[in-house]
Design a protein around this ligand. Structure first.
Ligand code: SF4
Ligand code: FES
Length: 368
């Protein structure tokens, strides 16, 4: 069953999930529904060891993420170590815990880029979505500070049915802050996003309108702002190449040190994950059951197996296939060649039309 490639290049990037702690409670958080307590987080020495292993195996980028990575006061040490080892560093943050001294300190240690998420552009609405009063104001302040100290900034606009009207103003905000890149990312339905799908999924009309706005802005702002546009899968014809293909470009290390091919892989019930410290990172990447199970094309069922897109999208997303069909090895049902495709599109349309706006907010597991 396992289609281990004879040769696999090292991963391009590592997502270092430093902790699941976060002051925000976004109802689309990609963290697991059951999160480990903070007491299970790896300590500084363990993380520095992981960064060294990553450098040794040829990882080029580390994305420090969470939860909220700035909760950890040792973030500077990790950024500094990555810098010394020649690894590009990016901080994925909500921005609500950073002040000027902290941001300058991180930049001094070698931080090369900051990716700041926004829930909207209107304060009350944005704070409601993030479940954290005062959050929006702090984010604005962090974006301003990043500009002031010259730290390259990407704004991550997480879009869904309840904030779609803010899209034009999100684009303007990114321009005003001097961001180089704007990621307009429609919510993906894993973790808490799946739990809250009925309150988040846009109507098809909303999606079409959003796409028109992005396309027009992309043209208008050529040379000023680069757009990344992530559409909500359920309305797409073909799935995205999730993680650039399973076990091909990325690895995730969770706060407790488990190494996974993607942030939602733990939902796959019969898969075992190795941990750093118990097995070399390179060995986990190249040989482990979790990384080889869906790597390449050998595992694919029809229609993927004979499809000419099989090395473009690599069969889509395994976690989505599991969530929607109960089988992680099925063709991703957002693909129009999947027998489940029509059912999924109809489900999205029905949920969008029902208009539920109540969120179930992210909760942090056992009180960590
Ligand atoms: Fe991708 Fe499989 Fe659909 Fe082809 S059949 S487009 S490989 S998901
Ligand atoms: Fe796990 Fe897509 S999120 S493969």
């Amino acid at each position: 069953m396992n289609a281990a490639s004879p040769h696999i290049d090292p991963p391009l990037a590592m997502l270092a999930e430093l902790t699941y702690r976060c002051p925000l409670r976004c109802p689309y958080c990609s963290n697991p529904l059951e999160m480990t307590a903070a007491s299970g987080d790896m300590d500084t020495g363990q993380w520095l060891g992981v960064i060294e292993e990553a450098a040794d195996m040829g990882v080029l980028q580390i994305h420090f993420s969470g939860g909220e990575p700035t909760v950890r006061q040792d973030l500077e040490d990790m950024v500094g170590r990555a810098e010394v080892l020649g690894i590009y560093t990016n901080l994925i943050t909500s921005g609500v815990l950073i002040d000027q001294a902290r941001l300058e300190g991180l930049a001094d240690r070698g931080l090369q880029h900051i990716q700041l998420s926004f829930q909207g552009t209107e304060e009350a609405g944005a704070d409601r979505i993030g479940g954290f009063r005062g959050g929006h104001r702090k984010k604005l302040e962090t974006a301003r500070l990043a500009g002031e100290i010259g730290l390259p900034l990407t704004i991550n606009a997480v879009m869904h049915r309840q904030n779609m009207d803010d899209l034009e103003s999100m684009i303007q905000m990114a321009v005003d802050f001097g961001a180089k890149r704007l990621e307009v990312a429609h919510v993906q339905y894993y973790g808490w996003g799946l739990r809250n799908r009925a309150a988040l999924v846009p109507t098809r009309e909303q999606l079409e309108h959003a796409t028109e706005i992005v396309e027009a802005a992309r043209e208008r702002l050529k040379g000023i702002l680069v757009f990344d546009y992530v559409v909500p899968d359920y309305y797409a014809r073909y799935p995205k190449s999730c993680m650039g293909g399973w076990g091909r470009q990325f690895l995730n290390v969770t706060p407790s040190g488990r190494v996974m091919p993607c942030h939602a892989a733990e939902t796959i019930p019969d898969m075992t994950f190795d941990s750093v410290g118990e097995r070399p990172l390179l060995d986990i990447w190249e040989q482990s059951e979790a990384f080889t199970r869906f790597r390449g094309t050998g595992w694919m069922p029809e229609p993927c197996r004979s499809c000419d897109r099989r090395e473009i999208d690599w069969g889509g997303c395994r976690c989505q296939a599991l969530a929607l069909t109960g089988n992680a090895a099925a063709t991703d049902p957002v693909c129009e060649k999947s027998p489940e495709h029509e059912r999924i599109a109809a489900l999205a349309a029905a949920e969008a039309a029902a208009g539920t706006d109540e969120f179930e907010y992210r909760r942090f597991g056992q009180g960590g």
